[in-house]
Ligand binder design. Structure first.
Ligand SMILES: NC(=O)c1ccc[n+]([C@@H]2O[C@H](COP(=O)([O-])OP(=O)(O)OC[C@H]3O[C@@H](n4cnc5c(N)ncnc54)[C@H](O)[C@@H]3O)[C@@H](O)[C@H]2O)c1
Length: 445
């Protein structure tokens, strides 16, 4: 179901009317497409306090090929920045936060539509409560700026490890590009792990094998398509009943179709048999809903949702890691949901399964990295325009679309781009993260 309101507010009479009536005016979001610039203008690199990583960060930003400037005068001479990176890693006292205000206050209004703001911080200290107060303050700051900035711009807090700035490159490239169009108000924390070298940023998954579950349609089909675009050999798994749809999706991508119910007892063995040379990227996307309020929910609706969305993810992950099917340097990406964070009326089963995914990711990530050299992360989609959400009653659907900072639903490609960023060899430092792809939804903020 197309978002007619978004289309209407993009027309001149629509803009006029919605402004007069004080209705939301969502800005059309620019997604990545070949040949278009990553940022439509310069990237402003600012610093609050005496950062120890300035030089390393400057070199990293220069390597991205973006038009980086540290000179605010350039902005005052009417060249609007399309991105701002504010290095706030040196803010260790609440007094130091004045430097954040001083850096951004003069330039935030001039940010181009669809601009990107990334504030760099560090993990709040467990021993120094002044540092912890200052660094945690950045979270409230970023989430508030995300809500007020408007015009399709996004704001994130990226906590880096000062010993591992190089590990931030894939994440900065992602956050400063149209690939992260539907992500805002997020806090992402990187480890110190060194990234694998990148031969070609345009095809980061070249030579890699990826398997996507639930790939016949919707978000899974888009994930398969984006991973293939990035160079991966893709296996599309879905239930045998999806027959033609699965075959068509796989054929269009030059991918292999694997008709298989992920809840089958031998699912992991059949996956391993389908990839005799092993796997680099395992995307657990298959998911179902069987909504009812708890008082009306029969045990079978409860069990099927838990089985598809959570138990099968645990079983196949454990078996494929234990068998060594997922290579060192591999990536596991699971699918949570904002329902798993905020809860949702009629979705005790679904929200429990998706919250379970978050628990799985956080607990397994450090161990999988230590024991297998594999990262484990999750996407948590908000309202994404798919068949699943087209079936939602009109008023609830409209609320889902508008109740976020970007005032619209996301597209399957937004989840797919996030998955592709997790999947990159250069994303070794991204581990144990649950990144919401929800336009900064008000739910479970
Ligand atoms: N669409 C949204 O707004 C939204 C929001 C939050 C989370 N999600 C999650 O994103 C994922 C994809 O959602 P979607 O909207 O594309 O849904 P969808 O229903 O369009 O696609 C899900 C796919 O998973 C497959 N599948 C279901 N059970 C399976 C099984 N046992 N084995 C193998 N494949 C199975 C289905 O056949 C289908 O092709 C799901 O995990 C969903 O919970 C979606």
């Amino acid at each position: 179901m197309a978002d007619r309101y978004l289309h209407f507010t993009g027309t001149a009479p629509g803009r006029f009317l919605t402004r007069r009536l004080g209705l939301p005016q969502p800005a059309p979001l620019r997604r990545w497409s070949p040949g278009t610039p990553t940022l439509d203008g310069p990237l402003l690199h600012l610093t609050a306090g005496d950062s120890t990583v300035t030089e390393e960060l400057s070199a990293l930003l220069a390597a991205t090929g973006l038009d980086v400037t540290e000179r605010v005068e350039r902005i005052e001479r009417a060249e609007r920045p399309a991105g701002i990176v504010l290095d706030a890693t040196a803010v260790v006292t609440p007094g130091g936060l004045a430097g954040v205000h001083a850096a951004l206050h003069p330039v935030v209004r001039s940010l181009a539509p669809g601009g990107r703001v990334v504030v760099l911080g560090v993990r709040p200290s467990a021993d120094d409560h002044h540092q912890a107060a200052a660094q945690q303050a950045l979270e409230g700051f970023v989430r508030s700026l995300g809500k007020e900035i408007g015009r399709g711009a996004t704001v994130q807090l990226l906590r880096i490890d000062p010993e591992g700035v190089a590990g931030a490159e894939s994440t900065l490239r992602f956050l400063l590009s149209p690939r992260s169009a539907y992500i805002s108000g997020q806090v992402i924390e990187l480890t110190a792990a060194a990234p694998a070298p990148v031969a070609d940023w345009a095809a980061p998954l070249a030579g890699r094998t990826a398997l996507v579950t639930g790939a016949a349609r919707g978000i899974g089909a888009s994930v398969a398509s984006v991973l293939a675009r990035d160079g991966a050999r893709v296996i599309c798994l879905d239930v045998p009943q999806t027959g033609d749809e699965l075959a068509r999706t796989a054929d269009a991508l030059g991918a292999t179709a694997l008709p298989l119910d992920i809840t089958a007892d031998d699912a992991a063995q059949r996956i391993a048999a389908a990839v005799p040379d092993g796997l680099d990227v395992l995307v657990h996307n298959a998911g179902i809903t069987r909504d009812r309020r708890l008082a009306n929910m029969p045990a079978d609706r409860w069990a099927s949702v838990l089985d598809v969305n959570l138990d099968s993810v645990l079983r196949t992950t454990d078996a494929l890691l234990a068998a060594g099917t997922v290579h060192r340097g591999g990536r596991i990406v699971a699918t949570a949901s904002i329902a798993g964070i905020a809860g949702n009326n009629g979705q005790t089963n679904y929200a429990a399964s998706k919250a379970g995914i978050i628990g799985l990711v956080r607990a397994l990530a450090p161990r999988a990295a230590a024991d297998h050299g594999v990262t484990v992360n999750a996407v948590a989609p908000g309202f994404i325009e798919t068949k699943m959400t087209a079936a939602v009653p009109l008023l609830i659907r409209e609320a889902g679309r508008r109740m976020n900072s970007l005032g619209q639903g996301g597209l399957p490609v937004d989840v797919a781009e996030t998955t592709a960023w997790f999947a990159q060899p250069a994303s070794t430092a991204v581990n144990g993260q649950v990144v919401r792809v929800c336009g900064q939804s008000l739910l479970g903020a």
